[in-house]
Design a protein around this ligand. Structure first.
Ligand code: URA
Length: 234
């Protein structure tokens, strides 16, 4: 918890007195409500906007990684190296993956040490679409693809879970290649959905999280810092 005026001055180019002026002018909101007093205390989970834009907090790190297969997103990996072992950065122990990918899944992984931002990206109520490119073990014809698309739109019952999945998107590119969009992040969700409709996957790769696409210049295992507008996009 921190006073709002202090939070603003530590997280933006505003000085403490400029932050107070910005508050007085009604330029600041917390969780959608305009706030004019700097004395309000805010925590990591609250969304603070200045002039309508989410604040990327100074001192925090925001990275995009092209996760390769064969590394674990867990902070306490058991069988494979941790994704964090691939990052050459000071104080890597403060970083955490923003959402997870399975060991066998490659593609876009966000990494940060800003808990508030992580919450915004991963919270299920924001319906942030994650887009995956997948390869099927068995070929799929167009008629089957239409059936799968319909079932994904209705929600899939997964083994051992009461609630069906939220509506997801499905597109067949060719016999073996498909694109899937989901807004949730359940355990092995995409693989289990595809197995449930009779088409287990040979490989899975995340191409995008909401407005952020995996940078095509990043080789597997590489990462780069996000640009301010990419951080503010969530
Ligand atoms: N769904 C999966 O099955 N695996 C992932 O890594 C991500 C989504």
């Amino acid at each position: 918890m921190m006073r709002l005026d202090r939070f603003l001055s530590e997280s933006t180019e505003l000085t403490r007195s400029q932050a107070k002026q910005a508050l007085k002018r009604g330029e600041v909101s917390v969780d959608g409500e305009p706030v004019r007093s700097g004395a309000l205390h805010v925590d990591d989970e609250q969304k603070v906007l200045w002039q309508g834009k989410a604040i990327a907090r100074v001192g925090f790190r925001y990275l995009m990684m092209h996760k390769p297969e064969g590394v674990e997103c867990s902070l306490k990996p058991t069988h494979y190296p941790s994704v964090l072992s691939l990052i050459e950065i000071e104080q890597p122990e403060r970083l955490h993956p923003v959402g997870r990918l399975d060991v066998e899944t490659s593609g876009l992984l966000l990494i940060s040490d800003d808990g508030q931002w992580t919450h915004r990206v991963t919270t299920p109520n924001r319906d942030c679409l994650k887009r995956y490119r997948a390869t099927l073990i068995e070929p799929m014809d167009e008629a089957s693809a239409e059936r799968v698309e319909r079932r994904f739109g209705q929600g899939i019952a997964l083994d051992g879970e009461e609630k069906p999945t939220k509506p997801a998107t499905f597109q067949r590119l060719d016999d073996h290649d498909v694109v899937i969009g989901v807004t949730e992040g359940r355990y092995h969700q995409v693989r289990r959905m595809m197995t449930a409709v009779g088409y287990p996957l040979a490989s899975l790769h995340r191409e995008a999280i909401g407005p952020l696409e995996l940078d095509p210049d990043l080789e597997p295992g590489e990462c780069r810092h996000l640009r301010p507008e990419e951080i503010a996009a969530f």
